[in-house]
Design a protein around this ligand. Structure first.
Ligand code: NAD
Length: 456
């Protein structure tokens, strides 16, 4: 009898498994594939490896600007793919070692809830049963598609396939200008592919601050990405050597279509119907203070949880929250308001807390302050001056939210995460001096302006 059985070895599941050692809980982790989940195997990590290759390529192309003489770089796609694979296998191996060191029993097979325990079906279809006092469901998500665009892994692909393209596609249509769509448009644009990016709503990254997205939009257009917002595509036409994607009265012909219109939770076939857990359109409803479902001793974490962001780090936090409650009986809720979202495009766009639009729709009395990167020494040195810092603060009150676009935005957002989480007043945070020269000085300047003073 284990204290905890976990179904799914992605960020939510493996974080729960690793964290359990703090309380001496015995853990079985059931995984049908390798441990690591979407994030490690076919999501965050491999995507960032490709983005890094694209970044190096575009920096080398710009070398002359910095007085560094180099010949025109070319992309060695197989080597970049191999490096991406090495990064992934290294991390998967490391995670396996860590789970072992923490005494987690990793069981290979398909897990499903049954009679209060977990039934595991191995690849040879033999079944075994696990008894556990608590079960955490962490089965993750899969890419969604739209009618007419059934994913075949060849011409119509999901991000998982695109991460394993064996050669650089010459012409790609990307449907969906959300996080995945923008990241792929950025890297493929850097690599010189012809990219058509279609977004149904009126801006890319619709949830993000419009001014921050403008810097990304400009950069994508500079990479010759054809960005089409407020545009829906019609049914595709399969051609001899590609796909025709119609929109309005026009169409484009491409080698492949990447569908990036969101991800669906994986909750069918895991035995939830045999429990009292509430499932709404595939998402599991939980008490967000404890991650507990309506079924006693059944918890859910990660991309399957209703009304929470589908982010690896949200999954980590939920795994930790569930384990803490199981071990101590004390609720340790995730502060969803302070979970940063980072889009790893060039330039990066990052956000935490309330956006200006959200704050206005809640009729909050807010003051919005922003600062561009153009005068920031370190950004000028790096040759990356497109970007802004934007703070949303309650008028005469604390910082409620922040967006940063520009070089290193994904790292810089974390100081604002603390500012938001700790409800700091702009003047309190502005009292501390950022090292010079850093891009982060833009945050110091914005905080100073938000407190009614300014320096530069
Ligand atoms: P998403 O929800 O971020 O974006 C989907 C986009 O597709 C939206 O902008 C939507 O308006 C658009 N769309 C939907 N139907 C459309 C249509 N028919 N035509 C044109 N546009 C359409 O989803 P995603 O980019 O697929 O990412 C899936 C999940 O994975 C998200 O929750 C995302 O946060 C997560 N993810 C996060 C990161 C990161 O944190 N850097 C990276 C990749 C994925």
């Amino acid at each position: 009898m284990y204290d905890v059985a976990i179904i799914g070895g992605g960020p939510g599941g493996y974080a729960a498994a690793l964290y359990a050692h703090n309380f001496g809980l015995s853990v079985a982790l059931v995984e049908k594939d390798e441990v690591g989940g979407t994030c490690l195997l076919r999501g965050c990590i491999p995507a960032k490896a490709w983005l890094q290759a694209a970044h190096v390529y575009s920096m080398v192309k710009r070398a002359g600007e910095f007085g560094v003489v180099s010949s025109e770089p070319t992309v060695d796609w197989p080597t970049a793919l191999e490096r991406k694979n090495k990064v992934v296998t290294g991390l998967v191996k490391g995670l396996g070692g860590l789970l072992k060191a923490r005494g987690v029993e990793v069981i290979n097979g398909y897990g499903a809830l049954k009679d209060g325990g977990v039934e595991v079906t191995a690849t040879d279809l033999s079944t075994s049963r696990l008894e556990a006092t608590n079960v955490i469901l962490a089965t993750g998500s899969v890419p969604r598609s739209i009618p007419g665009y059934e994913i075949d892994g060849n011409r119509i692909v999901s991000s998982a396939h695109a991460l394993d393209w064996q050669e650089r596609p010459e012409r790609v249509a990307i449907i969906g200008g959300g996080v995945i769509g923008c990241e792929f448009a950025s890297l493929l644009g850097d690599f010189g592919s012809e990219v058509h990016l279609f977004e149904a709503l009126d801006q890319l990254l619709p949830e993000m601050d419009a001014d921050a997205v403008k810097t990304l939009d400009r950069s994508l257009r500079k990479k010759k990405v054809k960005v089409r917002t407020s545009t829906s595509v019609g049914a595709p036409e399969m051609l001899e050597g590609g796909v025709r994607v119609p929109f309005g009265d026009e169409s484009v012909e491409v080698d492949a279509v990447l569908v990036a219109v969101g991800r669906a939770p994986v909750t069918d076939g895991v035995g939830l119907e045999l429990t009292s857990a509430v499932v709404d359109r595939g998402f599991v409803e939980v008490d967000l203070a404890t991650m507990q479902t309506a079924e006693p001793h059944l918890f859910a974490v990660g991309d399957i949880v209703a009304n929470t962001p589908q982010l690896a780090h949200a999954g980590f936090a939920e795994g930790i929250s569930a384990i803490t409650y199981i071990a101590t009986g004390e609720a340790a809720p995730v502060d969803y308001n302070a979970i940063p979202l980072v889009v790893y495009t060039d330039p990066e766009v990052a956000h935490v807390g309330l956006s200006e639009t959200q704050a206005r729709s809640q009729e909050r009395d807010i003051t919005v302050t922003s600062h561009g990167m153009r005068g920031v020494g370190r950004a000028i040195i790096q040759g990356e001056v497109g970007g802004i810092v934007k703070l949303v603060a309650e008028t005469d009150g604390p910082v409620l939210g922040a967006t940063v676009s520009g070089p290193g935005a994904g790292e810089m957002i974390h100081e604002l995460m603390y500012t938001v989480a700790w409800e700091a007043l702009p003047e309190e945070a502005a009292a501390y001096i950022h090292a010079h020269p850093t891009v982060s000085e833009a945050i110091g300047e914005t905080l100073l302006s938000a407190s009614g003073r300014s320096l530069h």
